[in-house]
Design a protein around this ligand. Structure first.
Ligand code: C2E
Ligand code: MG
Ligand code: MG
Length: 421
């Protein structure tokens, strides 16, 4: 039996702390699974459970990766930590584990059948707090037993979700005034020179009670509350204040389509540039390709005006599907930023390389630079270098950094990547 002073418990706690830290640092999800082996009543307890749990431990060890952890709680219960895994992938791994159990016949003549009830808590997910992950998973396993299900995923109940959403909605306006927002910078590496040439500015919200809230979660509320303009203006001014410290690097700032069309945009930008003496040719505005859905004359005029100020324009998350071929040819942007999904698809299907190459060649032919984001592995870096992509961005090069981290780490990052290319 595992208890809080046992070496097994300490080992489990350490592994869990490391996995949670990894998950937070690299923005990857993690699954904490509580497994209970079950057997039909024919099983003669005492006689088989000891052997069974040893056998089970070695079977599962062969199904999981080195970075995963399996710890025995007692003869029937186990805790499994799966690092860097999505909910779907987790279900696949768990189904395999159940499959091996189902096949097991300890006493062929008696045909004893084994199975498992597994409770899963994904991190980060909903409001599950770091300290309670194992308890959530165990509670979920008990739910699985009651409902006679093999796998049961913890889902924050609707109420908790609604409470969280209403906190986010209500507190967002004050976040701007209360200094809860910050900007982090994700380096961008130019492949032909092997130099970091710029960065993408990404907004962060540290909520006093809820902790870090992703922009993916709060930007839609900001939009619904008409706060996107203030948010953009805040980010833009932050960058203007800091740009001097960022030497000659280019800085990309995200802009939603509605803001691109909002009336005072050029005036605001020129005022900021005058106030902080900013060379606007160092700034790129990233707009998502939904822009293709908007009235093109108005959009084109705005883009041309911004370009007259010296600003560059990038089409963000390109390839998600809104943009038509004609838009692609006619849009006067400078950069096409391929969506992360291209990187994931290429990793799982190498034939796609042949299909992606002409897209990149066409973008080059039209005078665009091609950036790809979401590079997470060495192999992906090499693939996109072979595809003649111009600039890469992703966790493999660097996670988003604070300004101070950026300044300190930049030469280390360049040195490391140069050693690999
Ligand atoms: P985006 O502009 O496409 O930004 C890239 C997102 O991918 C960022 O998430 C970044 O942290 C993440 N990312 C970077 N490298 C990797 C990687 O290797 N793998 C994976 N899986 N992800 C990676 P983040 O910071 O959570 O931002 C999400 C989205 O929120 C952004 O997508 C952008 O659309 C929006 N956003 C962020 N900051 C702002 C802002 O200041 N204004 C506006 N309007 N939107 C923003
Ligand atoms: Mg972006
Ligand atoms: Mg993007």
């Amino acid at each position: 039996m595992i208890n809080s002073t046992s070496p097994e418990f300490q080992r489990l706690k350490e592994r869990l702390d490391i996995s949670v830290a990894f998950s937070e640092r690299y923005e990857k999800s993690l699954a904490i699974c509580y497994l209970r082996i079950t057997a039909l009543p024919k099983q003669q307890k005492g006689e088989t459970t000891g052997n069974l749990s040893d056998w089970f431990q070695s079977e599962v060890d062969s199904l999981i990766r080195n970075i995963d952890t399996l710890e025995k709680v007692n003869n029937t219960d186990f805790i499994l930590i799966l690092t860097d895994i999505t909910e779907n992938e987790c279900e696949v791994v768990l189904s395999r584990i159940i499959g091996t159990l189902n096949k097991l016949e300890l006493k062929p003549m008696q045909r004893v059948t084994f199975g498992a009830n597994i409770g899963v808590c994904m991190f980060p997910y909903g409001s599950a707090q770091k300290g309670n992950l194992v308890q959530f998973a165990k509670k979920q396993m008990e739910e699985a037993v009651i409902n006679n299900r093999a796998i049961s995923m913890y889902r924050p109940n609707k109420n908790e979700d609604e409470i969280r959403q209403s906190i986010i909605r209500n507190d967002l306006p004050a976040a701007l005034q209360n200094n809860q927002l910050s900007v982090v910078f994700q380096p961008q590496l130019q492949l032909n020179t092997k130099k970091i040439i710029g960065m993408e500015a990404l907004i962060r919200w540290q909520h006093p009670a809820l902790g870090k809230i992703s922009p993916v979660e709060f930007i839609p509320y900001a939009e619904a509350k008409g706060l996107l303009d203030s948010l953009f203006q805040w980010v833009f001014e932050e960058i203007c204040k800091k740009i001097e410290k960022l030497k000659n690097y280019n800085i990309s700032i995200n802009l939603s389509v509605n803001q691109l069309l909002s009336s005072g945009l050029e005036l605001f930008i020129t005022n900021m540039a005058d106030k902080y003496e900013v060379d606007l040719s160092r700034i790129t505005l990233e707009i998502t390709e939904e822009i293709g859905l908007y009235s093109s004359n108005k959009v084109l005029k705005r883009i041309k005006n911004l370009k007259l100020l010296g600003i560059k324009l990038a089409l963000d998350d390109f390839g998600k599907g809104y943009f038509s071929f004609a838009d692609f040819i006619n849009f006067p942007v400078d950069i096409v930023k391929l969506d992360k999904s291209f990187v994931t698809s290429l990793a799982s299907n190498s034939h796609l390389k042949k299909a992606i190459l002409p897209i990149i060649q066409m973008a080059h032919f039209l005078g665009f630079k091609v950036v790809v984001e979401g590079i997470e592995e060495y192999r992906q870096l090499i693939d996109w270098e072979e595809l003649k992509c111009d600039i890469v961005q992703g966790f493999f090069i660097s996670k988003p950094l604070t300004l101070d981290e950026f300044i300190v780490d930049i030469s280390k990052i360049e040195h490391r990547v140069n050693g690999l290319l």
